[in-house]
Design a protein around this ligand. Structure first.
Ligand SMILES: Cc1cc2nc3c(=O)[nH]c(=O)nc-3n(C[C@H](O)[C@H](O)[C@H](O)COP(=O)(O)OP(=O)(O)OC[C@H]3O[C@@H](n4cnc5c(N)ncnc54)[C@H](O)[C@@H]3O)c2cc1C
Length: 419
């Protein structure tokens, strides 16, 4: 007998069967000629959109087209951090919706995604930075999001190994969101794919979209490496490839693609409970369940579609790590890789219609799109199904750059390398 639902009872039942009765996590299907919705990109956002379209909006004639395999993009390359510690109203409610969806995700999709709310701590190193963090923390609390400002003694108690008396970057305290944390990234992709498949969505791997077909100014289908597919609605969720996919319909997006690298050390005994970010440079670190230190920093400062980075950023990230916790220098680096970031011009995402009827856009995630995966999918599904934006995503419009309505969270303006 094939088991479908994951539970302790089905694991026990399957034990009598040598665990040979499990159904594949999703069906391997050939594309049909036509769907109600075709989603371009089987990353976290494309798959979560499919799940919420089917489970919340009753739209099940859906195909997710992925040119590689599920998990081959950024959903399987990120450093797994989730948080909702944003300042601006255009972002706060959106990311808090995501946090709430993370909190119920495993029950919703019947999949262990290892959601681990172990806290995200942003360190501050000057009085000015403390004031900025206090402002952000207050804005979060006013919006119903948890935030706590810690002083130097509280940080020392929590993380005694940090180089807190460093003359250049003394650690004066931190802003912590205790509900933030990490989630196992590839399990999120597999879990959403499986849940969407169970509701009838076709997950089609190794199917590259090569063209978007327009008729009378309306998007009516896609050309793919596995033949043409017609669709009433076409949803782009191609992350780092958003600009090239949108260009197939003649659109030019306010997005640049850059590479971001991640690093994992050899496994060592647990010593970092949560996620810690350095406030005097771009560096963040957590420890995986296997014991590896998982860390990263800045994007490589040039445009590219190559999923690998260069040594200057490796050096920069490791220097910041050494400034924060010199003992990291004793640990060996095990793995390192890169992923493609769709950097928007204000650092905030876009979930919106495009000027072409029937063509929808989900893009501009910069290096923060993993934490957004549930809300992004939910709000995109809402937009596609109802043809109007979800209330928490109203400000994430495509025309905000032309209209001067940017959601400039960090006040950096149109400089992707600073976001
Ligand atoms: C090193 C690194 C660290 C990061 N750390 C974090 C973090 O800690 N927290 C956080 O919130 N975010 C983080 N991010 C960002 C986050 O991973 C991304 O913003 C997010 O995953 C993007 O959405 P996605 O999952 O849908 O992207 P992807 O998984 O990249 O999905 C897009 C998919 O579209 C497919 N595609 C592209 N073109 C086509 C085509 N023509 N036809 C068919 N398919 C196509 C691609 O193959 C890809 O699978 C990090 C990213 C990287 C690279």
């Amino acid at each position: 007998m094939f088991a479908d639902k994951y539970s302790i009872f089905s694991v026990i039942a399957q034990a009598f069967n040598g665990q040979r009765g499990w159904k594949p996590a999703w069906r391997d299907v050939a594309p049909q000629d036509e769907y109600d919705v075709v989603i371009i990109g089987g990353g976290g956002h494309g798959l979560s959109t499919a799940h919420y379209l089917a489970s919340r909006f009753g739209v099940t004639r859906v195909a997710v087209l992925e040119r590689g395999y599920i998990g081959s993009g950024n959903i399987g390359r990120n450093t797994t951090i989730i948080r909702s510690n944003y300042l601006l109203p255009g972002n706060t409610a959106f990311y808090e919706l995501s946090m709430k969806l993370w909190e119920g995700l495993e029950q919703d999709i019947n999949y262990n995604a290892m959601v681990s709310q172990r806290g995200v701590l942003n360190l501050y190193h000057s009085d000015g930075q403390r004031d900025a963090y206090a402002r952000r923390g207050n804005a979060m609390r006013l919006a119903g999001v948890d935030a706590e400002l810690l002083d130097a003694a509280a940080v020392e108690k929590m993380l005694p190994f940090l180089d807190r008396d460093n003359a250049r970057f003394p650690i004066k305290g931190g802003l912590i969101q205790r509900r933030g944390g990490t989630v196992r990234h590839d399990a999120v992709a597999w879990g959403y794919a499986r849940a969407a498949d169970r509701r009838g969505v076709d997950i089609i791997q190794h199917c590259e979209v090569t063209g978007i077909k327009l008729e009378n100014g309306r998007a009516v289908g896609v050309e793919t490496s596995r033949g043409p597919i017609r669709a009433k609605k076409i949803a782009m969720a191609a992350a780092g490839n958003s600009s090239t996919v949108a260009a197939m319909a003649g659109l030019r997006l306010p997005i640049e693609t850059h590479v971001l690298q991640a690093f994992v050390s050899e496994g060592i005994k647990p010593f970092i409970d949560g996620v810690v970010t350095f406030g005097a440079g771009h560096f963040y670190i957590s420890q995986s369940d296997k014991g590896g230190l998982v860390f990263g920093g800045d994007i490589d400062g040039y445009n590219t579609y190559a999923q690998r980075g260069n040594l200057p950023v490796v050096e920069d990230v490791l220097e910041s790590g050494m400034a924060l916790m010199p003992r990291i220098g004793r640990v060996r680096l095990l793995r390192q890789w890169g992923g493609l970031m769709d950097m928007s011009m204000d650092g905030s995402p876009i979930i919106d219609h495009t000027p072409i009827q029937g063509l929808y856009l989900n893009a501009g995630w910069c290096y923060g799109g993993f934490k957004a995966t549930p809300a992004s999918g939910y709000c995109f599904a809402h937009l596609i199904a109802r043809d109007e934006p979800h209330e928490v995503a109203r400000e994430l419009r495509l025309d905000r750059f032309a209209k001067g309505l940017v959601v400039d969270e960090k006040g950096m303006g149109a400089q992707p390398n600073l976001h």
